[in-house]
Design a protein around this ligand. Structure first.
Ligand code: C2E
Ligand code: CA
Ligand code: CA
Ligand code: CA
Length: 279
């Protein structure tokens, strides 16, 4: 038994070393990627659940590594967050999204908002709002063209700076949405305190909606909660008509998911405007 313990300890330190190595080499790759513009944004359209009309898009980052190929944000965003690189990367994401809005405006597309994912590290940065204001100013865009998606855990500990920044964003006319709602542990106090506009039901609850009563309960509760706080509700990860119909009957306002469209390159969004909408 002693020997086995010794061995598992050894494996464990080897794992740690391997993980630390992976982490630092990815950190270096990320820095390089920022410098040599290996990132781009794709956009997933969002729809009004009743009319089927497109009402906005969510910007999602993509990394095409020259040797390793596609690396998903689920892999590199956590590394960017814990290394602090999320700040310059986040600034890049916001600039790229604003540049895209400006371009779409020039192409005559309607003035829908772009939802941008923002990490906790960005939100608690003292310069976050000023940087965002400068970028909006540079592209001559009003705050109402931007929606910020933050997770519950980004505001959960009630840090004052996060609260102040969210208030400032709200005053700038920027919309605020709680991402992955139900997966953290939001207190109702938080919802009351923060100037929110929307709750986003996580894909995890939508996936097994037709078979798992617990997911149904969470979805119903989220929609009821949103109603009483006067917030909109959007469901992500909607892949089937059954899911969509169910969500609509429950009073969900908006949908996003493969049933309608995967995240796509900007020119596909432009084409979407010129084709009939889903019913
Ligand atoms: P998220 O914000 O919850 O984004 C939803 C994820 O679900 C996206 O994965 C999207 O492509 C995927 N998705 C959308 N509809 C469906 C569907 O119908 N079925 C399935 N199976 N998946 C669907 P993605 O793009 O890989 O992003 C993963 C996560 O990485 C995001 O989760 C977000 O937390 C983070 N992320 C992505 N882009 C950014 C970014 O620009 N900034 C930050 N801070 N985080 C980002
Ligand atoms: Ca999101
Ligand atoms: Ca999610
Ligand atoms: Ca997420």
């Amino acid at each position: 038994a002693k020997n086995q313990e010794g061995n598992s300890y050894q494996y464990c330190t080897q794992d740690l070393t391997a993980n630390a190595f992976k982490f630092f080499s990815m950190e270096i790759s990320l820095k390089q990627a920022l410098k040599s513009s290996q990132f781009h944004l794709v956009y997933q359209p969002q729809f009004d659940i009743s009319s089927g009309r497109m009402i906005g898009v969510e910007a999602l980052i993509r990394w095409q590594h020259p040797e390793q190929g596609y690396i998903g944000p689920d892999v590199f965003i956590p590394v960017a967050e814990s290394s602090g690189l999320i700040k310059p990367l986040g600034d890049w994401i916001i600039s790229a999204a604003c540049q895209q809005i400006k371009y779409w405006d020039e192409q005559g597309l309607p003035a829908f908002p772009i939802a941008i994912n923002v990490s906790r590290r960005q939100l608690v940065d003292h310069r976050f709002c000023e940087n965002l204001r400068d970028t909006l100013h540079f592209y001559a865009l009003p705050g109402s063209r931007i929606e910020i998606e933050i997770t519950e855990s980004a505001i959960i500990d009630n840090e004052e700076i996060a609260y102040q920044n969210l208030r400032k964003l709200h005053e700038m006319g920027i919309y605020l949405s709680i991402d992955d709602f139900g997966t953290g542990h939001s207190s109702l106090i938080n919802l009351k305190r923060f100037p929110l506009d929307k709750l986003k039901i996580d894909r995890d609850f939508v996936r097994d909606l037709m078979i798992d009563q617990n997911d149904v309960a969470i979805i119903k509760a989220t929609i009821a909660l949103a109603r009483s706080f006067n917030l909109k509700v959007i469901a992500e990860g909607v892949e089937t008509q059954e899911q969509r119909d169910y969500l609509r009957d429950q009073g969900c306002d908006q949908v996003q998911g493969y049933l309608y469209s995967k995240p796509v390159m900007p020119d596909v969004i432009e084409q979407l405007w010129n084709t009939p909408q889903h019913g």
